[in-house]
Design a protein around this ligand. Sequence first.
Ligand SMILES: Cc1cc2nc3c(=O)[nH]c(=O)nc-3n(C[C@H](O)[C@H](O)[C@H](O)COP(=O)(O)O)c2cc1C
Length: 334
Amino acid sequence: MEDVTDTVYRRLIREWSSRAAPRATTGDDAPRPTVMFTEFTRVDAAVRTRDARASGAPGNGRLRYHESERPIVAQIWGTRPEEFRRAAAALDELRFDGIDLNMGCPVRKIRKAGACSALIERPTLAAEIIAACREGSRLPVSVKTRIGLSRVRTEEWCGFLLEQPIDALTVHPRTADQMSDGWADWREVRRVVAMRDAAAAGTVVLGNGDVRSLAHARRLVEQTGADGVMIGRGIFADPLLFARDPATSAADGAATPEWDALDPGSRLDYLEEHIRRFVGYWNTGRNYEVLKKFYRNYVPRSAAGRALLERLYETHDPDAALDEIARARRLMDA
Ligand SMILES: Cc1cc2nc3c(=O)[nH]c(=O)nc-3n(C[C@H](O)[C@H](O)[C@H](O)COP(=O)(O)O)c2cc1C
C-alpha cells in the first residue's frame, strides 16, 4: 500500500510477527506473511533504480527492500509495454522474487492516464504488458485487479486475464468506481476460482478485500476456494495481525481484539519503535508526514490518547513526535 507498506513497515511486520507467542491451538507456525509486495511504483523507476544502484545510489525508495522481506514482489504500473519489458529485466537484476502488475488502482489521475484500473477496458494493452514482462525476465508475473471499472465485469475481464500467461491473479472484488465503498463481494472471487478450475488454468488465485484477521482470511478461503489472501488495510487495524492465533482471532471482519486490548504503554512502545525505525532508515529521504497515517491506530483509545494524537498531528518532525510521546508517558505514569 502506497505510503504505508514501505520497507520499514514490512520489516516491522515480519519482526513483530515472529516475536509472537507460538500458535498453540493449531500448531501452525508457518512464517507469515508468506509473500510481501512493494508499494506500487511507476514502471520507469525500475530501470532508473538499477542504473542508480550501479553507481552506489539507492534509487527509488519504493524499490528498496531487506533480505528478511523475501519473497518480495515488486508492484509496477504504467502503459507502455516496452517500458515493462525493460523494467522486468531490471527487477530481475534487482533480485526481486516476482513482478506484480497493478491493474486495479482507481485513483482518478492514474485512470485518466489509461493505467491501472483503466486497463480493465484496454484488454489488448493489458495483454501486451503481460507479454512484455514475460519477454523481459523469467520472474513470476502476477496481476492485481478489480472486477470492473464502472460495472461488474468479472467474467469478461478476469476470464481474459486467466487466459494470459500469468502465475497469479489477485482479485479485489469491487469496481474502480466503488473505490473503498461498500463491501468487497467475495462471491466474485469464488466466480474467478470457478473459471480458473473450469479452464484447468494453473493460475494461483488470491482474494483481497476487507480481511481483518487470520481467521477472517481463512473464511475467505473457505467461502471462495481461493489459494490465498492478500491483506491490505487489515495490517493498519492490527500491526500484529500475522502474529495472532487464527483459532482465536475474529472471523467476522472485526479487527483482532488483542490489539484493542493492548495496554497504553505497549501501544506507545510500538509507535515509538516505528518512528525510530522510520527515521533510522530514511533519515530525511522520506516525507515525515506519511508517518502520521499510522498515529491514530497506535495511540491508546482514551482521553489521554486523543490529546496525544492531536499534538502528534501538529508535529513536523520525528523528534517532536518522540518528545510528545515521552510527555504523554510521564502524564500517564503520574
Ligand atoms: C492507503 C492505501 C494505499 C494503497 N496502495 C496500493 C498499492 O500501492 N497497490 C495496490 O495494489 N493496492 C493498493 N491499495 C489497495 C489495497 O491493496 C487493497 O486492494 C484494498 O485496500 C482492499 O483490500 P483491504 O481491505 O485488505 O485493504 C491501497 C489501499 C490503501 C488504503
